[in-house]
Structure formats: C-alpha cells, structure tokens
Design a protein around this ligand. Structure first.
Ligand code: SF4
Length: 277
C-alpha cells in the first residue's frame, strides 16, 4: 500500500500512475528512510585512471560517424589542463571555463555553461552537455527537463538554491561545458578534454554523492560502455566520491514508466548520503 508521503513524493516527480507499478510479486518503492535502513548497497570499484582517447571522430547530428573526416581535432591535453586548473578557486575556475578553447566546441557555443547551485552542497548532479536552451541561458538543466529535475529534487527536500543548509542543497554541472553543434553526441576526446573542469568542481564542492544523469555522463564518468539499465542499482565511485546512476530527465519526459526506476535511484542515493552523514 502506498502511503500519503509516497503519493506526495510521486506527485512531486510528476508520477500520477502508481498502481500498475505495484504487483503482488513486487515490493513497493522504498522511501528514503527505507533505503537508509536497508543493508549497505554494493560498492563498485573505482574506474581506471583517465585514459587518453583516440582522435575525434566526426559525427552526424544523430551521433553516427560521418563519412568525411573531422576538421583537425584539438590535441587532447587533459593532464596539462588538469594541472592548470588545480588550485583554482570558484571565480578563477569560472573564468578559466569561460575562456577555454581547448576543444572544437568553443567555436559553436554561445557561451559556456559552468554550473549552478550551492558551492558546498552534499549532493552533486552531473549531466551530459548543454542543449540549446542551456547554451542560450548559461545554466544547466533548464526548460522542461530542468523543471522535472527540480521536482525530483524537491521530492527529497533538495533544491539548487545557492544558499541555505548544504544538506538540503545540490550543485549541478555537466560533463561538457559547451554545447555540441545541433545537439550531436559528445565525442570522447571532447569529454576527456573537459573533464578537468568537472574534477575541480567536485574538489571544490566535496559532495557526499554524485548523481550521474544520462548515458553520456554515466559512461564518461564510469569509463563504461554499458547501458544505464545495467549500471543502475549499485554504488560506484568517481575519484573516491560515491556515484549513483540514473536516467536523464529529458529521457524520463519521454518514458513515463522509467520514472519509477528513477525514484528507486533517488532512494538509493538518499541512503548513501545518510550513511555519509
Ligand atoms: S567543451 Fe570544455 S574543453 Fe571544450 S572548449 Fe568547452 S570548456 Fe573547453
């Protein structure tokens, strides 16, 4: 049976259909308290060190390899960039991102999309790459998918507000700070080139948990080709920080049934944060 609190949380996520998700053979979706009381989730070993990927492959807007070679790719100098950003504070890091021309995405962006939220939040959400609206507004997760993310966070009494108690706050960033042209799939060298900025953001925030949203963010952070469905339900680590995988809100807007799985993921994440508190 669903409790009034469950119903309120599911309503906050925009999930109006609850009954079909509960069958006599299935347990009801756990509340965060239940997740906290459950046995410790399985922790997956950290990913291997950052690898230097192969040169850029040109892609069509759908992400398929293009038939013509890409324009000369920027050389991937992840280690050098990481050294450059080590020790930067928030304003310096924001300036470095805004001025970055380390990969070809700098040519087509309107502006960089740095990140938003509380600088010491206990939760950090990491998405994929800016879309058209993010590129225009300079903030990650705006528009309908951003609204759904805010609802999901609100279901756990979390917000992206940049003040207030860190335990109730989230910092949001993307793996890429510049929009790929026509929203094409991010290329591996672009993800590798941009990763030092995300790493420095994580070092500054020091979150208790990273919630990775969307296939490209998940696969880039975990160095995995596995689909999200195979990576969900376990606690990974990214540079020592517990990481939980879930679907991107844009996908959830198209796939109502998987909102229930996303709620499971949020419950798992909430349990991890509580264990760390
Ligand atoms: S995507 Fe990242 S690495 Fe590439 S230009 Fe933008 S900020 Fe620099």
């Amino acid at each position: 049976m669903q409790t009034e609190r469950q119903r309120a949380m599911l309503r906050a996520m925009g999930l109006r259909v609850w009954a079909p998700l509960v069958t006599p053979d299935a347990d009801p979706l756990p509340l965060p308290e239940a997740a906290a009381a459950a046995p410790p989730p399985r922790v997956v070993e950290p990913p291997p060190p950052i690898r230097q990927p192969a040169a850029t492959t040109a892609r069509t807007p759908s992400g398929a390899p293009a038939s013509t070679p890409a324009a000369a790719p920027a050389p991937v100098r992840t280690a050098a960039l990481r050294a450059d950003v080590a020790g930067l504070d928030w304003p310096q890091l924001r300036e470095a991102v805004a001025a970055c021309r380390a990969c070809g995405l700098c040519e087509s962006r309107s502006q960089t999309v740095f990140g938003t939220g509380h600088p010491q939040a206990h939760w950090m959400v990491v998405g994929e790459a800016p879309g058209e609206q993010e590129d225009r507004q300079g903030e990650p997760f705006v528009g309908p998918s951003g609204l759904l993310l805010d609802r999901m966070l609100a279901a756990l009494q979390l917000t992206r507000a940049d003040d207030g108690p860190p335990a109730e706050r989230v910092y949001i960033a993307n793996t890429l700070k510049c929009r790929p042209p026509r929203n094409r799939n991010p290329a591996p060298d672009e993800l590798a080139q941009c990763e030092p900025f995300l790493l420095r953001q994580i070092e500054l925030v020091r979150p208790r948990l990273i919630l990775a949203m969307g296939r490209f963010a998940v696969q880039a952070l975990l160095r995995s080709d596995a689909p999200i469905g195979r990576l969900r339900g376990q606690v990974h680590r990214y540079h020592g920080v517990p990481l939980v995988v879930t679907y991107h809100p844009a996908y959830l807007l198209r796939t109502l049934a998987d909102k229930a799985k996303a709620w499971d993921d949020l419950c798992l994440a909430a349990g991890v944060v509580r264990e760390c508190s």
